[in-house]
Write a protein that binds this ligand. Sequence first.
Ligand code: GAL
Length: 463
Amino acid sequence: MSGNCSQLMVRVLSGSRCSMSTVVWSFVGFLLMLHLYSLFSHKDATSGEIQLQVTNHPSFRELVEVEEENIQIPPPRGKRSPRAAKRRPKRTTTLIDEFLDENSQLRHVFFPDMKTAIDPMKDNGNDSFYYYPGRIWLDTEGAPIQAHGGGILYDERSRTYYWYGEYKDGPTYHAHKKAAARVDIIGAGCYSSKDLWTWKNEGIVLAAEETNETHDLYKLNVLERPKVIYNENTGKYVMWMHIDDCNYTKAGVGVAISDYPTGPFDYLYSMRPHGFESRDMTLFKDDDGVAYLIYSSEDNSELHIGPLTPDYLDVSNVVRRILIGEHREAPALFKHQGTYYMITSGCTGWAPNEALVHAAESVMGPWETMGNPCIGGNKIFRQTTFFSQSTYVIPLPGLPGSYIFMADRWNPADLRDSRYVWLPLIVGGPADRPLEYNFGFPLWSRVSIYWHKKWKLPSRWTG
Ligand code: GAL
């Protein structure tokens, strides 16, 4: 009886094992097929012409064109002495060397002169509304825009865009031999626009302190990357910014408020958020009105993110360490279809480096690094974020999945002459760096920033 029973049991078990293994193998087969599919579709996306599956809408076509650049490095000037040649093996000059060399013959390629400036006030004919990344960009009074390390606030009430940034129209110098190039604080500048192309100077909305040496805004200190958000509950415009001394050892964040987007802003205080160092930073206001501070910390080796208090005047006691050990800075956050994305740069001071894009299901993380979003130009353009550094990503309501990537092409020899690199950023298509834990299936969409020598927004944006 017990023998029969155990035989029956074995048969039942083996029967179920057989069907179980069929199920398991079918599942594995299915996963394999999906994996292969994702690999091939990924390959398609990286080889040759990039086909975006996001949309075939005519508005996008121009934005996602892939433009190539072919810049020849000029032959070295003068001869090296035979002794010098012996001492040090000849290092090949890279385009980054040329970019950083203020006497380079290629200077005009990276920093074209006033003759080519974008001047929205002149009769531009067919050239109206075109962005030319890297060219001098004039405001409505004909002066170069001074809003470096900036960010954009769209003010619903006045239906106007405000561009805030570092007003750096002063001489560049080094506080001491080892210090980074700097310009004394002049203040945070503000420009207004209806079309994101024609900018009116609204003046310095938060000014430097000229005499009081103990003040955070004392001109010999540092004010960088000002960002402004509007608080619906208090009706105040709130500015947060990186506050530092000329050696970047204070590593704090400052807060200022105003009743108007055009200021003047009242400076409140600075702090080390959550007790941590804070250097490059940005703000992100979510759809639910909760705003977050994101900052480089622990010697810029990681980023921290935490919600602000409901009045946006302080951080709350919640904070997460993210991208630990990845050494990222210049964060710029945006949200697309419920997923959070962030562009960051590496930490090489004013010198350009490779951008990376990160994604998260929840703004507090975990954040995953997806790869370099830059497309077009040439390899060195892509490895240097088109010779610029991220500062902000502007959403374009009405064009879902499309954004403007805002970056600074720093000119460390003359910081006031740093340029703006604005390029189309599109979310869509399979991601570059699929994650390990999801069997290689791209969980996030690809974020692509397309190089263009000149480009413009679809006409509904430009009126
Ligand atoms: C960069 C930073 C800039 C500025 C600069 C000073 O790393 O992104 O905002 O602080 O260093 O060298």
